[in-house]
Write a protein that binds this ligand. Structure first.
Ligand code: MF3
Ligand code: CO
Length: 249
């Protein structure tokens, strides 16, 4: 069931999204050589709690942290660790969200650690731009396939690939709600987009092939071919006046 949110609900959810965006910014600013992913996770958690929110990934299906921090060929769901130190040249995908008064926000971005290669920069830029292409396609009266098609066309035109095994999602009183929001597909197909729908649009883009594998820790997802991967995500609401990004400060 797809829940269309009322104005009252959107007001609360916007607060959850604002906290999520602040936590992501806080985490991203801490990315530098020598910092551990556990330290970044703690900064994000402390920020969310300082704003009256709760980390919504923590304990979700047993997930053990506030943030997912995925480095280089890790696509998503990297578990923060005291043993994992960032080094110059890494690209660091941070995904996190906050719950506030019963509503969820969800966002992600990939950050550069020190100086990175031109190829890594181009992958990050393309992934971020593909998110904005997807958001622009999230218009009332359109279809869910319009979003994925916009993302996929943008990414593949630049020689990269879109992950298929993981997708975006509705978000609201649950972190994951209907509908699924694939980052690939056919324009004009799928459920109709309506005002009040709140979607987490989150392209995961690989420099090489789209295939991924889950590591023995049960969470960390890596590219099968070892290529770099980037991830950007916003929570967006569809309105009669176009898509609005909710995960902004
Ligand atoms: N960030 C994921 C998403 O965007 C959810 C993470 S699952 C968790 O949908 F268990 F790691 F929290
Ligand atoms: Co999400």
């Amino acid at each position: 069931m797809i829940v269309l949110k009322t104005g009252r609900e959107l007001k609360i959810m916007r607060e959850a999204c604002r906290i999520s965006a602040g936590a992501l910014q806080t985490a991203g600013m801490a990315v530098e050589p020598g910092v551990t992913t556990a330290e970044i996770n703690k900064l994000a958690e402390d920020y969310i709690r300082s704003q009256g929110g709760e980390p919504n990934f923590l304990n979700y299906e047993g997930y053990p942290a506030t943030a997912c921090i995925s480095i280089n060929n890790e696509v998503i769901h990297g578990i923060p660790s005291k043993q994992r130190k960032l080094k110059a040249g890494d690209i660091v995908s941070i995904d996190l969200g906050a719950k506030f008064e019963g509503y969820h926000g969800d966002n992600a971005a990939t950050f550069a650690c020190g100086d990175i290669s031109d190829e890594a920069k181009r992958l990050m830029d393309t992934t971020k731009e593909s998110l904005y292409e997807g958001i622009a396609a999230a218009v009332s009266g359109g279809r869910i396939g319009d979003i994925g098609n916009a993302v996929q066309r943008y990414v593949e035109a630049r020689g990269y690939s879109v992950v298929r095994q993981f997708v975006g999602h509705g978000v609201g009183t649950h972190l994951h709600e209907a509908p699924e929001v694939p980052n690939f597909g056919t324009a004009g197909r799928g459920i109709r987009l309506l005002p009040g729908m709140t979607l987490a649009i989150e392209p995961m883009v690989n420099a090489g092939l789209p295939d991924v594998k889950v590591m023995p820790d049960g969470w960390t997802v890596k590219t099968k071919d070892g290529s770099l991967s980037a991830h950007f995500e916003h929570t967006v609401v569809i309105t009669s006046d176009g898509p609005k990004i909710m995960t902004l400060l």
